[in-house]
Design a protein around this ligand. Structure first.
Ligand SMILES: Nc1nc2c(ncn2[C@@H]2O[C@H](COP(=O)(O)OP(=O)(O)OP(=O)(O)O)[C@@H](O)[C@H]2O)c(=O)[nH]1
Ligand SMILES: [Mg+2]
Length: 268
């Protein structure tokens, strides 16, 4: 089973279409992934986000709404992952910016042995259609410069789409302190500290108007959060200097039952 967390703050205009598209996609990919459930995490939206998410619940794509008392995207995803119990979990944005075939590719990478598969607009084969302002683009460049020092080798920490082994995800998120937009960096850095195999996958990414990220309001906070993350990661490395790779296989019966689609599937 796959459980996907969608953090949603005042997303009444973007979330319903994303859930409809996800339901359509899940009907196609379910033979491989097994059942898929969505956990929408709302914190204090002032619009109809929670009601619309609940209304999208269907047998084809169950949707559960979880409320989170702490504001921020990181806090919301943490609460959502904490409410999962599936062998594979992940998260994606309510705007549906990442094309959904990323689910199939991420699933394939996990089956091949990755512990975490992340959408990357910098990976070869990605296609990005963005309409960000010069301020946002400049800030993103500076931000990438900083993240490269915290998570070396990961070119795009901020794409909103990530899948991972459920047990690993729940354990990483339990230790996450970042509550804002920078939480992905802490997640990936902690995953590395624990010896997890993190792989970037190409995505088709389209900017969807209505972003909740305001460069002026959230930009400085994100850089401050990065500094705090760098400090925490340094401490985590100090107490856990050399962890052997996590070897527990992710393969579930669903993988073994589709051996023709996935020739690499092995007995779980
Ligand atoms: N629950 C919750 N979700 C949030 C909060 N802030 C952002 N989100 C969600 O986080 C996801 C990403 O936000 P976006 O507004 O798309 O921002 P972004 O993807 O970082 O930036 P863009 O590239 O401009 O889209 C969306 O699903 C938002 O609804 C929050 O405080 N609480
Ligand atoms: Mg977005």
């Amino acid at each position: 089973m796959l459980q996907i967390v969608i953090p949603a703050y005042n997303e009444q205009d973007r979330l319903p279409r994303t859930l409809r598209e996800l339901r359509r996609h899940v009907l196609r990919c379910r033979p491989v992934t097994g059942p898929v459930e969505v956990v929408v995490v709302d914190n204090a939206s002032t619009d109809a986000t929670a009601a619309l998410a609940a209304a999208a619940d269907s047998p084809a794509l169950p949707v559960r709404v979880v409320h989170c008392a702490t504001p921020g995207k990181g806090a919301a995803v943490r609460a959502g992952i904490g409410a999962t119990d599936a062998p594979v979990v992940g998260f994606m944005d309510a705007d549906g910016a990442t094309r959904l075939d990323a689910i199939d590719e991420a699933w394939r990478r996990l089956a091949l042995g990755a512990d975490v598969a992340i959408g990357s607009r910098s990976a070869t084969g990605s296609w990005t259609e963005a309409r960000h302002s010069w301020l946002r683009a400049g800030g993103a460049r500076a931000y990438r410069h900083c993240t490269a020092r915290i998570v070396p080798g990961v070119a795009d920490t901020q794409c909103g789409f990530k899948l991972m082994r459920g047990d690993l995800g729940r354990s990483l998120f339990a230790d996450l302190a970042a509550t804002g937009f920078a939480f992905d960096v802490e997640l990936l850095a902690l995953a590395r500290v624990r010896g997890a195999r993190v792989e970037e996958i190409p995505v088709v990414w389209t900017d969807v108007p209505g972003s909740t990220f305001d460069p002026l309001r959230h930009g400085l906070g994100s850089f401050a959060e990065l500094a705090a993350i760098a400090w925490r990661v340094r401490s985590a490395r100090a107490v856990q200097p050399a962890v052997p790779p996590i070897l527990q296989p992710v393969l579930q019966p669903a993988f073994t039952s589709v051996a023709t689609d996935y020739p690499f599937a092995v007995e779980a």
